[in-house]
Design a protein around this ligand. Structure first.
Ligand SMILES: *Cc1c(COP(=O)(O)O)cnc(C)c1O
Length: 496
């Protein structure tokens, strides 16, 4: 029997995995969640014999039950290949008291590659399975990293076009350059005058516009999403939690069933939610520590039970976490409420109308797997500097938010469980900020010279993604106001 997916806001909206991936968002505005979380059905020793792809298959087949073995293996093989600069795909580095799970070895050197290398294949397969002949229009809001990873994944994929909106002044120079130099005749990149939340809300509004959807259909188009609201983004992320655990076990770093912590630099709550699903499948996880930057809406939520986005939006040195509306928290709310769709819909209505909601004590009790922490920009710089000085390891500012939160947690709780810090981006992607922390002396203004200096300091080779940027041509120059995003889409698709 197929594992079905239902909307967090309405149980009657039930679809198969491939339909959930095709649709992205449910029509009622809710997010698709699996109706039950399957248990891991291989022993640790069996899993220890598998490589990343083998493990990905064992995990994904439990969730994507309407994909055939052949289809799923094809998707996995096409995703985790030599686009990654190491066959391990997600290597662990021991630094000080913790392990860093480096998820930045893919094509765009950020963790979004882990899911966006496979999503286009899952989506194309889903279209074929469901006899969809419409052209699929991937519409995406990005705080910097999703955009490039999605563009790279979908570029020149037949039967698709991809439109990426990013906050014009809310991404790093390298992130912007990576996006606006994207090749592929089916790619579109547009800057938005506004912050990430404005951009994400604009995209959600386009998705929820029924009239537009009808016009799209008449013209042979349909939307889907490459954001982590798409369950097809989330599920592949479960794999690296299990892979990390299995690798530590295989290397004799932990014993069978020993519980470990994960610390996750968080924005939209997608990455850490995959960790929660891994735990729900039976992976021995102690705490999932949710690390925020100064936009610490999640820290406040986990400490008070009140989610309140009515606050100043702060542009930080970890832009991919500059988010006040963490979309995937809706999925956790749904699970913690005992799968109460009406209740979840009510809270989300309150969020949309008042920017705020409060959960019950019982729900807070159901969220004890999580713990919140946050780091200021100076905390972030300090931990980058300290880790480099003490261990010679250079990390990016997002990872550093998690490293700071972990250090504080360890000092305060004396919890000495083995801990994995999720490392979400290469330091090369945020060279200037990182060099300010680790380099004594002047920092060159040119991106490429910064990267060359980083190479000298970090002792790690310059990634291909950075080398390519040097002579890349700017191909996308459009910028629009937040309330003109739909008009841009209509123009691109010529459906005015
Ligand atoms: C997207 C991103 C995050 C946040 O991940 P979520 O799944 O949105 O919580 C953290 N760090 C980097 C570098 C990212 O690109």
């Amino acid at each position: 029997m197929n594992l079905m997916y239902s909307s967090t806001r309405n149980h009657n909206s039930r679809v198969t995995a491939s339909q959930a991936i095709l649709q992205g968002l449910s029509r009622d505005g809710g997010l698709y969640v699996p109706e039950r979380i399957p248990a891991l059905n291989k022993t640790l020793d069996e899993m220890a014999r598998l490589d990343y792809k083998g493990l990905a298959y064992e995990i994904l087949k439990l969730f994507l039950t309407d994909y055939t073995e052949e289809e799923l293996k094809y998707c996995i093989e096409s995703a985790y290949d030599d686009k990654f600069d190491t066959p391990v795909i997600a290597p662990l580095s021991r630094v000080g008291h913790a392990y860093y799970l480096e998820l930045f070895h893919g094509a765009t050197i950020a963790f979004k590659d882990m899911a966006l290398s496979i999503l286009p294949h899952l989506l194309k397969t889903a279209a074929k399975k469901n006899n969809i002949n419409d052209e699929i229009i991937i519409l995406t809001a990005t705080s910097g990293d999703t955009g490039k990873a999605a563009l790279a994944g979908f570029a020149d994929v037949k039967g698709t076009q991809i439109i990426v909106f990013y906050p014009k002044n809310g991404v790093s120079p390298i992130q912007e350059k990576q996006m606006v130099t994207q090749k592929g005749s089916n790619t579109h990149v547009i800057g938005v005058h506004g912050n990430f939340d404005d951009t994400q809300s604009g995209v959600k509004a386009i998705f929820n516009n029924r009239e537009l959807a009808d016009r799209m259909k008449e013209n042979g188009y349909r939307f889907s999403s490459a954001n982590s609201i798409n369950i097809g983004r989330l599920l592949p992320q479960i794999v690296y939690y299990v892979h990390a655990y299995v690798s530590l076990y295989r290397d004799g770093r932990i014993s069978k069933d020993e519980k470990i912590n994960f610390v996750v630099p968080t924005g939209n709550f997608g990455n850490i939610l995959a960790g929660y699903y891994a735990k729900s499948m039976g992976l021995p996880i102690n705490k999932l520590i949710c690390a925020s930057n100064e936009n610490k809406v999640l820290f406040d939520f986990f400490t008070t039970g009140i989610y309140d986005r009515n606050r100043e939006f702060i542009l930080t040195t970890s832009p991919s976490m500059d988010i006040l509306i963490s979309s995937n928290l809706e999925r956790l709310i749904y699970h913690a409420s005992g799968k109460d769709d009406a209740w979840t819909a009510g809270l989300m209505k309150s969020l949309a109308e008042k920017g705020r909601y409060e959960v019950t004590q019982k729900m807070r009790d159901n969220m004890q797997d999580f713990l919140g922490g946050y780091a200021s920009m100076s905390d972030t710089q300090e931990i980058i500097r300290k880790t480099y000085t003490e261990h010679g390891y250079v990390m990016d500012p997002h990872t550093a938010v998690a490293a700071h939160v972990y250090e504080k947690y360890r000092n305060e709780t004396k919890d000495c469980s083995q801990t994995v810090i999720i490392s979400t981006a290469s330091p090369y992607k945020f060279s200037e900020c990182v060099l300010e922390a680790v380099h004594v002396g002047g920092i060159p203004s040119d991106d490429y010279e910064q990267a060359a200096l980083m190479e000298k300091i970090s002792g790690t080779g310059m990634p291909r993604a950075i080398k390519e940027l040097r002579n890349a041509q700017i191909l996308h120059k459009k910028v629009c106001k937040a309330d003109k995003m739909q008009a841009e889409v209509e123009e691109i698709l010529k459906i005015i």
